[in-house]
Design a protein around this ligand. Structure first.
Ligand code: 9MR
Length: 342
């Protein structure tokens, strides 16, 4: 199947189309007026679904045995992503020997609960297994391609969108000088996308990065790459904006940045949102990010990086929507209200 096959494109873009059609349909019938007040949803996933979007969370499957963790996840979210268990070190600890234990557990849980699964991440300079260290040239290229084929192939048909390549740019918009960049040259990102497309023709294929929360040198560099990929028919469907933020982060061009990528012809997703802080300052920042996504028709959904301050890679910053006792924070209510107002 080619990258422009209408069937696959239709499936990949179904959700974005639904978002646009839902708003247009409601507006046409006048029902939009009621949508916010009369039908306010009581969960993040339910509220996001009203505009055809998803609301997801990063999950560590070993925590699913904690009752409050599982019940909060199941109640509130309609999409999940693996915080760590689908990364290269976890899935291919020895060359050619795949371990899908954690990933399969997460996918099974999501399917039982009717949740979508994002894939994170096929190729990244960090969390590579130790056997990758020291590989060079064509050996590294083959290892990367085999890895993509093994993992994306295993999950083919079950992933809504893959972060095919993660964090390959520097702050100044140049390519990060990782082992991949140094050994394989500029073409490695495109090779990774083509391999992912071959392994799973149904998943949307995303480039994902942090520090892209504004129109800045880094997002300019990524923008130029996406523009080039689209012009040359390299299969790319979406850009992920990680959005690891703080209450005082400058969000003045956040929405405009999402919009310019969307105008290029890709979906945009907020993929790893967390915002350090507390109280109303934190809630306001969460509200702004939510409203920015809702204002961009091709912003198909939001994933927060964890959901409880009890389990966060930056727990000291209390960056999530539920506190350490799984109680809803002010930021939770700000997000829910913003989603319901859409
Ligand atoms: O949250 C993840 C943490 O548990 C891992 O130790 C860490 C390893 O580098 O990766 C964290 O997740 C990162 C994600 O995969 C990519 N973007 C930045 C995230 C936070 O560091």
């Amino acid at each position: 199947m080619t990258s422009t096959s209408p069937g696959r494109r239709t499936r990949r873009r179904a959700r974005a189309t639904l978002a646009a059609a839902t708003s247009a349909g409601l507006a046409a019938t006048g029902l939009l007026v009621f949508a916010g007040s009369a039908q306010a949803a009581e969960t993040l996933g339910g509220a996001a679904e009203q505009s055809g979007r998803y609301y997801g969370a990063a999950v560590a499957p070993h925590l699913l045995g904690e009752a409050d963790y599982a019940s909060t996840l199941n109640q509130e979210f309609d999409s999940v992503v693996a915080e760590n268990v689908m990364k290269w070190d976890a899935t291919e600890p020895n060359r050619g020997q795949f371990d899908f234990g954690g990933g399969d557990q997460l996918v099974a849980h999501a399917q039982e609960q009717g949740m979508e699964v994002r894939g994170h991440t096929l190729v990244w300079h960090a969390q590579q297994p130790s056997w990758v260290n020291g590989l060079g040239g064509d050996d590294l290229r083959q290892a990367m391609l085999d890895h993509i084929d093994g993992v994306a192939g295993h999950y083919a048909g079950q992933i809504s969108s893959w972060d095919v390549v993660n964090e390959a740019f520097e702050w100044d918009g140049s390519r990060r000088q990782s082992n991949l960049q140094q050994q394989l040259g500029d073409g490695w990102i495109e090779e990774a996308f083509r391999a992912a497309d071959a392994a799973d023709p149904e998943a949307k294929l995303c480039y994902n990065d942090f520090g892209t929360d504004a129109i800045n040198a880094k997002s300019d560099g990524i923008y130029a790459m996406v523009q080039d990929f689209l012009a040359r028919g390299v299969p790319i469907d979406c850009v992920g904006f990680q959005s690891h933020l703080d209450s005082n982060s400058d969000l003045s061009s956040y929405q405009a940045n999402l919009q310019r990528f969307s105008d290029l012809g890709v979906d945009v997703e907020i993929t790893e949102l967390d915002i350090g802080g507390s109280g109303s300052a934190q809630a306001d920042a969460y509200r702004q990010v939510t409203e920015a996504c809702l204002a961009v028709s091709r912003c198909t959904g939001i994933t927060i990086w964890g959901f409880t301050d009890r389990h966060s890679w930056r727990a000291d910053d209390t960056p999530l929507l539920f506190d350490t006792n799984y109680q809803k924070k002010e930021a939770y209510h700000a997000v829910l209200d913003a989603l319901n107002a859409a």
